[in-house]
Structure formats: C-alpha cells, structure tokens
Write a protein that binds this ligand. Sequence first.
Ligand SMILES: NC(=O)c1ccc[n+]([C@@H]2O[C@H](COP(=O)([O-])OP(=O)(O)OC[C@H]3O[C@@H](n4cnc5c(N)ncnc54)[C@H](O)[C@@H]3O)[C@@H](O)[C@H]2O)c1
Length: 333
Amino acid sequence: MEDIRLGVIGGGAIAQIIHLPLLKKISGVKVVALSELDNQRLQILGNQHGIQKLHSTPEELLKDPDIDAVDICTSSESHFPIALSALNAGKDVFIEKPPTISNGECEALAKAAAEKNKVVLAAMNNRFRADFMMLKSYMIDKQLGDVFYINAAWHKKEPSTKVRVSSKTDSRRGVMLDLGIVLIDLSLWLLDFPKISGVNAAFFSRRFKKVEDTALVTLRTSTGAMIRLDSSWGLQQPDESFKFEVYGTNGTATLSPLLLHHRVKDELVSLTPVQNSKFENVFKRSYETELTNFVRFLKGMKTDVPTINQMCNVMKIVDASYLSAKRESAVKL
Ligand SMILES: NC(=O)c1ccc[n+]([C@@H]2O[C@H](COP(=O)([O-])OP(=O)(O)OC[C@H]3O[C@@H](n4cnc5c(N)ncnc54)[C@H](O)[C@@H]3O)[C@@H](O)[C@H]2O)c1
C-alpha cells in the first residue's frame, strides 16, 4: 500500500516537538507539505524536516490534489474552519486537541465528514499510554466488575499551550479544553461511551482571571455510575500531579503507576502488571503510538483513535460543563 501523503498545518510548539519529528519515524506516511503563517518558521522547519512544499496559508496547501490527509496543529479556535475547508477539499483530517471549541462546531464537522465520506480523527494521546491501554483491556475483560465510580484529577503548573488571556473574547481557552477534555475522554472511552444524564460543574479563575484555571466536574451516567473530574493550572501546590481511579464491584484500578486489584472470594488479589517505564517515558511514547494508530486508521485498520463522533459526545459534556458553571446549578442532558 502506498504511503499516505500528509500536509501538516501549523508549525508551532506541538508540531515542532511532537508531530514533525515523530511522523518521520512512522512507516506508511510521508509529510509532503507544511503550512505556517510565520514565514521564517516555515522555511526553518521545511529545511529541518526535508519538506518539499511550503505554504504560507492552509488554503494553498489544501488546493494540492497530491495531499491525502492533513494534520492540524494550529491554535485551537482555528481547528474548525481549517478542518471544514480540508473536508471540502476532499482530505481526511487529524486534529490536535481540542478538536473544536464547541459541540456545535464538532457536530458540523461530523456532518461534513459523513457527507464527504472522509475521516476526521482527534488527538487524545493519553488513550495510547501503555498504562491506560492495559487498564482498558482489563475493563473489557470485566476484571473490575461493573464500574460505578471514576475519580480523576490532573493538576499542572502551566497550561499546555499559550493562553492569550488579554482578549475579552477568549472564553474557551481555559483548563477545561486543555486538561478537562482529556479526563472526560478517558472516562467515557474506558466505560465504552455510556449515556450521560447530568453534569454539574464549578469553575474558578483565581490565577488567569479571564479563563477558568480550575474546573471541577461531576457526571452522572444513565446507569447511575458517577464520574468526578478535576483539572487545574491554578492550585497552590508544589508539584504537578495526575490521578485516575476506577472503582468496580469486583476490583479497583489506580494510576499512575497502574495498580490493579481484583476480588477473588474474600481476598483482594493484585493483578498489577510489571511496568518498567517511568511516567515521563510512558507519556512521551503515547504520542508516537497515537500517530501510528492515526496512520493505521487511514489504512483501514481498527484503532482506538477518537473519531469525530466520539469527540462530539465529549464536547457535549464540555459545553454542559460551561453552562452548569455559569448557571451555578446542574444541567440535565
Ligand atoms: N496533545 C497535547 O498534549 C497538546 C499539547 C500542546 C498543545 N496542543 C494543542 O496543539 C495546538 C497548537 O498548540 P501549540 O502549543 O503548538 O501552539 P503554538 O501557538 O505554539 O503554535 C500554533 C502555530 O500555528 C500557526 N498558525 C495559526 N493559525 C494558522 C493558520 N491559519 N494557518 C497556518 N498556521 C497557523 C501559528 O503561526 C503557530 O506557529 C493547540 O490546539 C493546542 O491545544 C496539544
């Protein structure tokens, strides 16, 4: 099968550190074009990665009939218009997180993708961490029994990407669309996308004032299971932390590192697998696995890369969280 000819759009931090170097190592794909608004950056990256076709706008890149798919790495609010133009130009699409900044945009992309018979996939590298992939396979095997409670928290010192807090209209640049969306996606994916019946959220803007820097979200599934998630770049803590706990009728999983316990008669037996890698390595490695699986998906293989329809389920909850936080009351879905 021929290599997928990929155009990367946006040459900022995530493209430079993750996408462009890793895509060179992955078989079955070749980055043939790059688009970047900053001309100096465009030329430097083109030279560095041996990319032949360099464009100053996405529109120019999308006109090229030799490009099969695009990888969108621009700032979040531009994902939707660029992805829609890419679909209209007949390209498959991969989008960095968040795929869009609202569910309305997400639904519009899902509709356009179906109409054009093209694929839109979203970046959610945490699904491809070795520890989460192991946990997912234990859950598919029902080792934890019926899961009735997930409790997760991700606290970082700084946002993953620049927050332009000066703009009054920048209401969708807070922690919810940086870390919160990842915790929602992991919870729904692990539980095989249950129906969510209610969302209750509280947001705090103590450090960044114009956007939420701390988001507390509780989700109720239609079967009564509860999911409690908190994400922050604004807490007074000395260290960053990541915690994910899954409680089932027959066992418990916590990470990181992944610890698994399963009840056998009256005893809790450890099912914890041997893990040699440090958390940093597990995290870094997940990006390569994610991009490899994106290429596999385009080649017709079944993978866990989030589809745009799955992401609309996530974005629906993101929107409901903003609404709940604004109203200061729970929202029914
Ligand atoms: N998955 C992750 O762990 C992760 C981590 C960081 C950032 N991200 C996401 O990646 C995206 C980019 O983040 P970043 O930190 O690289 O941002 P950045 O600001 O460093 O880079 C964005 C780049 O896109 C370019 N750009 C903007 N609009 C463009 C357009 N219309 N056409 C072409 N180029 C355009 C800018 O010139 C800039 O070089 C964001 O959506 C962010 O949320 C994901």
